[in-house]
Write a protein that binds this ligand. Structure first.
Ligand code: F6P
Length: 548
């Protein structure tokens, strides 16, 4: 069975098609000359962030039409459902209440939530003041977070983003890949007596995490004397964050060292839970709470602002508009801030694991595309690699520029101004391009002959008219980072509502996990029926390892 098409779902579809025809004939640049108020009209501020979406194919009529679309999708009801704990994750029969973890009054399991944050604060305090001691009674200098997916990407991104706020008590490290090089490379630099491991796994069944945790424990035991009794090395050097507390205990982690999380927190939304422990160890509990408060401020905006002035809704609607009327298939995110360099990686899981779905909530196949490919990297680095395709490639790729107006580096104004100038110039270049007339005039000024100009000009023309959003932040702080993360979480939710899909499950990632079992057995030598390609590679592995 196939789900209704978007045109069947939304009565406003023909009107949106007309808006597309109208706006496709416009030059973005000209929209600014036609309307001097354009930037004010198409900007919104919330929770310390400013979104300027004036460099998009939008005008007041289209904005009204997109608001109409959101009404037909019942977006306001869906927003209430999210915050009120409705079973939005219907395939796993759960609410998705990550917002409760940053609310001053959690709407669910408040005592357990607040109690866990109190225990987390206590752990952070003990490590920071040197009360937490290792097997040889030394203080902790290094903390290794072992986790993958949401148990890695969020904490890692935020820990790096908030480097200027690190208290300096401990160094943070992140191990995710099951490739032994990931862990072993790190361990070779660490002192086991002064290293604390966090095993971060909601399920405590994830192969990569358990393999790395076992290898870390094995490494520790090589150095630690007698691993027994309540003061044994594992108890002093391992903590866990998991909703499977019994499994963490069975691994050998002391009950006092296990922080719980709940099934109503999705993995990719879990940095707000005790999965955020590495962030708190890096910046202290007070600043971790500021991160939560910033996210809560964005939650309040998302919950209460009318759709026409609602930042996450606008980002979601614009992405939808481009995908279905301008046939875009990817979206690039370009933070111009070194500390946000892991933000695109984090967003990839948030967005693509959420909205990479092929069926509607009903289970019927989607007759339209759902989530786009999300990619990007930190500016200005990307300018010297993939921006060429953004400017002159055949795909139109909407872009989000994220700029912080104040650097954390003192006395580096010149360099920081170059950074900002480059970010703004890229957004401008996408919109304005370079016309044939300008190219020809430049070449003529360089003294080129007419035939050379005619040959070169088409290669140098940049058509422009490519849309982008500009998100500016005065300074990257725990609060503004919290707001930024919540902004994108809610954007993803808005789009899932427009596509009528469940953004909170991820059944697709299970297949690879299931298939890796028999392949692992074949690598170990068991006789397993495999496809020719896989069997050939395994044959080569065996030949190499048997010395043939
Ligand atoms: O890769 C799939 C996934 O289930 C993610 O959704 C999740 O963030 C990650 O694995 C890690 O899961 P866990 O925290 O249970 O180890």
């Amino acid at each position: 069975m196939t789900a209704p098409t978007l045109a069947q779902r939304y009565a406003c579809w023909p009107a949106l098609q007309q808006h597309h025809q109208r706006l496709a004939a416009c030059a973005l640049q000209a929209l600014f000359t036609q309307d001097p108020q354009r930037v004010e009209k198409f900007s919104v501020e919330a929770a310390g962030l400013r979104l300027d979406y004036s460099k998009n194919f939008i005008d007041t009529d289209l904005l009204a039409a997109l608001v109409g679309l959101s009404q037909q999708a019942d977006l306001s009801r869906a927003i209430n459902d999210l915050f009120n704990g409705a079973m939005v994750n219907h395939t796993e029969k759960r609410a998705a209440l990550h917002t409760a973890l940053r609310s001053p009054q959690p709407v669910i399991e408040a005592a357990a939530v607040n109690g866990t944050f109190a225990r987390m604060a206590d752990m952070v305090h003990k490590v920071h003041v040197g009360e937490w001691r290792g097997y040889s009674n030394e203080t902790i200098t290094d903390v290794v977070n072992i986790g993958i997916g949401g148990s890695d990407l969020g904490p890692q991104m935020a820990t790096h983003a908030l480097k200027p706020f690190h208290t300096g008590h401990v160094r943070l490290h992140f191990v995710s890949n099951v490739d032994p090089s990931c862990l072993q490379d790190l361990l070779s630099h660490l002192n086991p007596a002064r290293t604390l491991f966090i095993v971060a796994s909601k399920s405590f069944t994830t192969l990569e995490t358990l393999q790395n945790a076992q290898a870390a424990r094995h490494w520790l035991q090589q150095f630690a004397p007698g691993d027994a009794g309540e003061n044994h090395a594992t108890a002093r050097h391992f903590v866990a964050v998991s909703s499977a507390v019994n499994k963490a205990q069975a691994f050998g982690i002391a009950a006092d060292n296990i922080l719980p999380m709940w099934d109503w927190v999705g993995g990719r939304y879990s940095l707000w839970s005790a999965i955020g422990l590495p962030i708190a160890l890096a910046i202290g509990m007070e600043q971790f709470n500021a991160l939560r408060a910033g996210a809560h401020a964005m939650d309040e905006h998302f919950r209460h602002a009318p759709i026409a002035g609602n930042m996450p809704a606008i980002l979601g609607l614009l992405g939808f508009w481009y995908q279905h009327f301008w046939h875009t298939t990817s979206h690039v995110v370009l933070p111009y801030d070194h500390y946000l360099r892991y933000f695109p990686d984090y967003l990839q899981q948030l967005d693509m694991e959420s909205n990479g779905k092929r069926v509607a909530r009903s289970g019927e196949a989607l007759p339209y595309h759902s989530g786009p490919v999300i990619w990007g990297s930190v500016g200005t680095n990307g300018q010297h690699s993939f921006h060429q395709l953004l400017h002159q490639g055949t795909h139109m790729i909407p872009a989000d520029f994220i700029l912080t107006l104040q650097s954390h580096q003192k006395d580096c104004g010149e360099q920081h101004r170059h950074l900002l100038a480059n970010g703004l110039a890229q957004s401008q270049a996408l919109m304005c391009g370079k016309s044939r007339e300008t190219v020809e005039a430049e070449l003529r000024a360089q003294g080129l002959a007419d035939n050379e100009i005619a040959f070169l000009a088409p290669h140098k023309v940049i058509k422009g008219n490519r849309p982008s959003n500009l998100i500016t932040i005065d300074q990257l702080t725990p609060a503004t980072l919290g707001a930024l993360v919540a902004l994108y979480e809610h954007k993803v939710y808005v789009q899932s509502v427009l596509w009528d899909i469940n953004p909170f499950d991820q059944w697709g990632v299970e297949l690879g996990k299931q298939l890796s079992g028999p392949i692992y057995a074949a690598l170990e030598g068991s006789d397993t029926a495999l496809d020719g390609s896989t069997a050939t590679t395994i044959g080569r592995y065996h030949a190499l390892h048997s010395g043939k």
